[in-house]
Design a protein around this ligand. Structure first.
Ligand code: HEC
Length: 122
């Protein structure tokens, strides 16, 4: 029985990873493409703040100063979410993303909700 439980755990863990990846491709990447990637890795130049947002691994890792980009299950410990949320709710903050005087659009409430649900695995 114990072995079966392990198999179950493995299967559900990999299903979860697959689901995460699928939502990333379909829903999250298009949002980041519009609002973030101009400065975070798309052009192959050094990404701002050391944060490469073009891959899932880069998103998880985060940048130089603000901690992990994604801590699964915890938006407050996910700089990707934290700074995008600031960007949408407090444009004047110096850490707001995208930065306040730039042309890229801040995330909409709907996009923020998607990002949150994805990180929280809901
Ligand atoms: C116009 C350029 C630009 C755009 C667009 C932009 N950023 Fe940034 N981002 C920066 C710069 C510059 C920094 C470095 C800020 C600093 O160190 O003061 C930064 C830093 C960051 C960091 C912190 C990295 C660290 O030090 O740990 C995160 C996270 C981040 N951005 C996320 C985003 C997200 C999410 C978006 C899209 C919603 C976005 N950025 C859009 C320019 C941009």
């Amino acid at each position: 029985m114990k072995q079966l439980a392990w198999v179950g755990l493995l299967v559900s863990t990999s299903l979860w990873a697959a689901e995460r990846e699928a939502v990333y491709q379909k829903e999250i990447m298009p949002i980041l493409e519009k609002s973030c990637l101009d400065c975070h890795g798309r052009d192959g130049k050094k990404p701002k703040g050391g944060f490469n947002a073009t891959t899932l691994a880069g998103l998880e890792k985060g940048g130089k100063e603000e901690g992990p980009g994604i801590t699964w299950g915890e938006v407050e410990k996910s700089s990707l979410y934290r700074l995008a949320h600031l960007g949408a709710t407090n444009r004047a903050d110096e850490m707001a993303m995208p930065p306040k005087d730039k042309k890229q659009p801040a995330l909409t409430n709907e996009q923020l909700a998607k990002l949150k649900a994805w990180i929280e695995n809901k």
